[in-house]
Ligand binder design. Structure first.
Ligand code: DGL
Length: 291
């Protein structure tokens, strides 16, 4: 049995729905959630910056923990640097999250598929190329929604139901006007509004996400070779406070004291909050290319 933890990584809270979905289905697996708040938002950064940031982040984590699987729970980082980190860290099995365009283009009757993501994801040729691989006559209508990323990262916890519904409706209306009958949520942050998107899009538009696909992909890796990678129980302690029994760690980058919301998110996952200090991509300031 392999008691090394599984890592979920995002620029902020976007990976939480993925981490939670996996955790509910696999309660015994030790986890680390890593939020790179020091470099949030990834969606406004260039590929070259992410190619420095994400490997440096994994490198810093490796000084403390030895993950068996790393889930890049961020579409932006996945389309930008998954190949790079796979090559750089061959000991880790990586699982990437990419917009779920395959089922959307195959199901679509209008042939117009909406993809909602960050500027970096929408600007990358990846999504269009993936769509054309499955259907040549399909039209992808990509919309970048950096303000929705900000809303979810900063205000989701305190926003009212009407505001959340309005946010979803704004984008659904844009896709509806473009003739789309499918919307792909191509940013992990947007999963927080999955119900709102589904409600506003029904009955003429279907909403696609990659949540279940990712959990299944991780499970298939854990079950490889007769379940050798499964830990089969809670870990005896995390790496930062070994004497305490916990389901794992919730790490955030940056030296500043964590805002209260981080403690709440960590608590919801049953993880222990701490700072990943002394982390920085070489030659990159906190704000370079950022918001
Ligand atoms: N959650 C990330 C994604 O899936 C992006 C958020 C950001 O811009 O940092 O693309």
């Amino acid at each position: 049995m392999d008691t090394r933890p599984l890592l979920f990584l995002d620029s902020g809270i976007g990976g939480i729905p993925y981490c939670r979905d996996f955790q509910l289905r696999n309660p015994g697996e030790p986890l680390i959630y890593l939020a790179d708040r020091a470099h949030f938002p990834y969606g406004k950064r260039r590929r070259e910056e992410l190619a420095r940031i994400v490997p440096a982040l994994i490198e810093a984590l490796l000084e403390k923990a030895d993950p068996k699987i790393a889930v890049i729970a961020c579409n932006t980082a996945t389309v930008s640097v998954l190949k790079i980190v796979r090559e750089k860290f061959p000991r880790i099995s990586f699982v990437g999250t990419v917009p779920a365009v395959k089922p959307a283009v195959l199901d679509s009757r209008s042939g117009v598929v909406g993809v909602l993501g960050t500027g970096r994801t929408i600007g990358d040729p990846y999504t269009g190329e993936l769509a054309r691989k499955y259907r040549r006559d399909c039209r992808i209508r990509g919309i970048a929604a950096p303000e929705l990323v900000e809303f979810i990262e900063r205000r989701y916890g305190s926003a009212g139901e009407d505001e959340k519904r309005e946010m979803a409706l704004t984008y659904v209306n844009k896709f509806r006007a473009a003739g789309a009958d499918a919307i792909v949520l191509g940013c992990t942050h947007f999963l927080f509004l999955l119900d709102e998107f589904r409600r506003e899009a029904a009955p003429d538009i279907r909403v696609y996400d990659s949540l279940e696909g990712i959990s299944r992909r991780i499970e298939s890796l854990l079950d490889r070779d007769g379940g050798r990678l499964r830990s089969g129980g809670l870990p005896s302690g995390g790496f930062s406070v070994p004497e305490r029994r916990a389901a794992g760690d919730f790490l955030i980058t940056g030296d500043a004291e964590p805002e209260a919301a981080w403690g709440e998110w960590a608590g919801r996952l049953g993880l222990r909050l701490s700072l990943l200090k002394r982390y920085g991509a070489p030659g990159l300031s906190r704000t370079e290319g950022g918001a």
